[in-house]
Design a protein around this ligand. Sequence first.
Ligand code: ATP
Ligand code: MG
Length: 603
Amino acid sequence: MRLSQMLFVTLREDPAEAEIPSHKLLLRAGYIRRIASGVYAYLPLLLRVLNKVSAIVREEMNATGAQECLLPQLQPADLWQESGRWDTYTKAEGIMFSLVDRREQKMGLGPTHEEVITAVAREMIRSYRQLPLHLYQIQTKFRDEIRPRFGLMRGREFIMKDGYSFHTDAESLKQTYDEMYRAYSTILRRCGLAFRAVEADSGAIGGSGSTEFMVLADAGEDEVLYTEDGQYAANVEKAVSQPPEAVASPFTTFETLETPNTPTIQTLADFLNCSPTQIVKNVLYQVAYDNGKTVLVLVSIRGDQDVNEVKLQNELVKLAPQYGATAVLALMVPDGEAQAKWATKPLPLGYMAPNLGDDYIQAGLAGIEPKFLRLVDETAVDLTHFVTGSNQSGYHTVGGNWNRDFPKPKITVDVRKAQAGDRALHDPSQTLQTARGIEIGHIFQLGTKYSTALGATYTNEAGEENPLVMGCYGVGVSRLAQAAVEQSYDKDGIVWPIAIAPYQAIVVVPNIGDATQMAAAEQLYQDLNAAGIETLLDDRDERAGVKFKDSELIGIPFRIVTGRSLKEGKVEVVKRATKASQDLALADVVPTLQGWIHEALTQ
Ligand code: ATP
Ligand code: MG
């Protein structure tokens, strides 16, 4: 492609809409344009990157025997009602774009395809002889994300590869899952990305496990905890660890002390000159269940620890039947506005005790459970002589004991957030380290949740009908393209990994008025492309400096300049990643680049 004929517009300045380097660079280098919040035009250069990523994904999926298909993006509400997800996806989380068609039928734009694929399996899979089976697609997904941001990282319209496998049993599922683990690792390695596979939360769906593939980058939205021995890595949402030992409490008698201006653990520990491990902190949450019921939850946890809301939500799902519900729609820390809907009087925030009275909740309110759900975390359950609130602003109690001074909550849970510096469970001499990651892929052992809900069964050898056992596997193709930039750029622009660069080489003509330069460049451009090296020709009527800057900004791995050394029959060849430059004889350019590219693609 000749730049003079291309839609090629680069920006000197950082666009105001972008916060992280990869987003700024993709905009500046003319790869994407924002059309609406979380909605982007993929311009020709980016489409080439996306096609390369997709090609690698396809090759690795096909190599495992998975078959490609393409499922509808427009999906009928009935299928989502059968799985029980219509309300959560359109109302509670509100992540699904929905509409009503001219026949007054409700439809949604696919955020994911479990329902559709299970409906297909229900119709087409009859016998164990058809299993296992794995179908995948590469397609645009729609999600009305609450906070679309960072360009392609969290879009409302984005490209995903999603695959779904069907099995007779958990063992067969595990085999495919392990195969996907390897395939995903290969995909990321081939795309030139540094990544870590981590244990992930399987949430309400349950199942026997899931793994996320995290591309390591400081701008990542996820936190990963890992040990240096390589034995453990998990998303912080899922991570487990051993908390530090609690320090014995110096407070031997139970009493109430005036503790002015100590609403936080740190201010309180400083004021009392005690360790945060001697404090029981009481955190208030509000959970909305799917049957319309709201429950106020008081979690008592050791002062130096924080609540992991993903673990808490999982516990609240387990407790749902107690309230006649099946799922959690939303979990939040109630703000003033939310409290006003149910509180009888102002809450002693920062000074609450585990026995905060139920009379803070207005009795007889429709949809509000009149009693607190009281939970105690494992870190707080064995504390003695502890410091905690008094239910009175400006005062705390010290020397408290469970079941003497405060009733011990009946339900003990593990909802603490593992932190960097904690000791690892598998080997306490290992401490957890922290890293930031971008979730690029997620593989999941689903089990029979969707097949049971939609009645997708098969007949086994003995003639019995059983629900299909399912797995699902997703890769964010457009997110991956941007993550590659986030992991590989410098002050001058993008440094694409060779495997997914839109073009591998660019021939730059410093002065298009010079016939010798142009002729040499044309020849190289043709020879390189003929040799299978995807090459751009910068034949624009621009200053040489502008062209060099642009070639660096767009991140093409190899630049060939038909400049001064032409007199000796040579051209300058520059590697984008290292900026290393060398003069090569014209005849050596093609074989040298072929060698470098081959080397990069086969490491
Ligand atoms: P996240 O926690 O980041 O929202 P998710 O758990 O919702 O991700 P999945 O439903 O497992 O993601 O989707 C599979 C893959 O699709 C993710 O691993 C990610 O790479 C990609 N993805 C998910 N949401 C988005 C989005 N809004 N924009 C771009 N890519 C996305
Ligand atoms: Mg999401």
